[in-house]
Ligand binder design. Structure first.
Ligand SMILES: C[S@@+](CC[C@H](N)C(=O)[O-])C[C@H]1O[C@@H](n2cnc3c(N)ncnc32)[C@H](O)[C@@H]1O
Length: 366
């Protein structure tokens, strides 16, 4: 596989050695990463802020004020409703027809898919039973499942405001993430072949579909804790043109999947970890290590605490975000590179693949 011009221009922010100590290849942490998007070859600048993480995180006066606001129940309900309204109206202003997309799912045959996908003996981890994203029952509802695609497209639109459309924003965000994974695997694995892929926290299958399209010769499995999300994923897959290898869907906990050891070449965990407490992040990374073959690649992608855009987020917006993301503080405080290193991964790299998100890749030693 030849490297695309995009990859040749993708600079590495940090490379961690086996002890998890992050340094740049030049020994200094660069403040800026310049990427060329694969789609149209324009140059985008993904800039790091001056801080290690935003000052609304950890034990700062601002973070204590935000925590107090969010823990006050009447205010929390008000914020939660506000956050939801902002999400829907912003999406619709950006030509993402949130309510129409959700209605189509809710009025479809999706309910029939649940039976074939739900694992009735699965015990949900306690953190998963929290309200998330302004849904009182978190990810365990049809409404959350029906709205997940629009919410994901809106997230991409917010991340790439200079894109000309929501679709283009999505293509850039996913394209850069996939290129970072491909580059890592080519550079560090004994073989460039990727034959088995696991997408942990696949939600309604958007990341899974992108992985399947990028690596068409691989068998791809999407795994999630929400049977409602998986039912939507399965229905959408049935409605599209058949793939060379159809995607398999598994209702399980990514912390303890029950899948055979050393059975995957790539484990992706995309936009999942900001929804998890630190103990779950550690377990997800350890389970990925067990599931990967020697030379296999793990790819984590999520919000970057080093992103300039995120560091400069308006505290009011952050307060809204925190009211819908119960574990976002723990996520920000977790050292991803150290977590990967402690699990046994090597060749740990983090790059900003868009202005807000980092993709962290690492290898199981050969
Ligand atoms: C924001 S969504 C992920 C989106 C998707 N990967 C994408 O990129 O489009 C987060 C998902 O993680 C799932 N999740 C959270 N904790 C999990 C766990 N321990 N095991 C499996 N899935 C989990 C949630 O159910 C939810 O579907």
């Amino acid at each position: 596989m030849a490297l695309s011009p995009f990859l040749q221009n993708l600079s590495v922010i940090s490379v961690a050695n086996g002890n998890g100590n992050a340094t740049s290849r030049t020994g200094r942490r660069p403040s800026m990463v310049v990427c060329t998007a694969a789609s149209d070859a324009s140059t985008f600048t993904f800039e790091e802020g001056r801080l290690v993480r935003p000052n609304y995180i950890g034990d700062t006066p601002l973070s204590r004020l935000i925590a107090a606001i969010v823990s006050f129940k009447p205010l929390y309900s008000f914020l939660k409703r506000g956050a939801r309204q902002v999400l829907i109206s912003t999406a619709e202003k950006n030509n993402i027809p949130w309510r129409k997309m959700a209605k189509e799912i809710l009025e479809s045959d999706v309910y029939k898919e649940l039976e074939s996908i739900q694992n009735d003996s699965l015990a949900y981890p306690d953190y998963y039973l929290n309200p998330f994203h302004a849904y009182d029952e978190g990810n365990l509802t049809w409404l959350a499942a029906a709205e997940a695609e629009a919410a994901t497209l809106s997230m991409a639109r917010r991340a790439i405001p200079y894109a000309s459309s929501a679709d283009e924003a999505n293509q850039i965000l996913r394209g850069n993430w996939l290129q970072a994974i491909e580059q890592h695997h080519l550079q560090y694995s004994k073989t460039s072949m990727i034959t088995d892929i696991l997408d942990v926290g696949c939600s309604v299958g958007l990341s899974t579909g992108h992985l399947a399209a990028k690596f068409p010769n691989a068998k791809v499995t999407g795994l999630d804790l929400s049977p409602y999300f998986l039912a939507v994923a399965q229905l959408k897959e049935k409605k599209r043109a058949p793939r060379k290898h159809s995607i398999s869907w598994i209702h399980a906990n990514g912390e303890n999947t029950g899948l055979p050891s050393k059975s995957f070449d790539l484990v992706s965990i995309a936009f999942v970890l900001h929804e998890c407490p630190e103990r779950a992040i550690v377990n997800l990374v350890k389970e990925a290590f067990r599931l990967l073959r020697p030379g296999g690649t793990i790819a984590l992608t999520d919000n970057s605490p080093k992103s300039k855009v995120i560091q400069e987020l308006n505290p009011a917006l952050f307060t809204l975000m925190k009211s819908t993301e119960p574990f976002i503080n723990e996520y920000w405080l977790t050292d991803m590179e150290a977590t990967l290193s402690q699990a046994g991964f090597v060749n740990i790299q983090s790059i900003l693949t868009d202005p807000r998100h980092m993709t962290t890749t690492a290898t199981v030693p050969l």
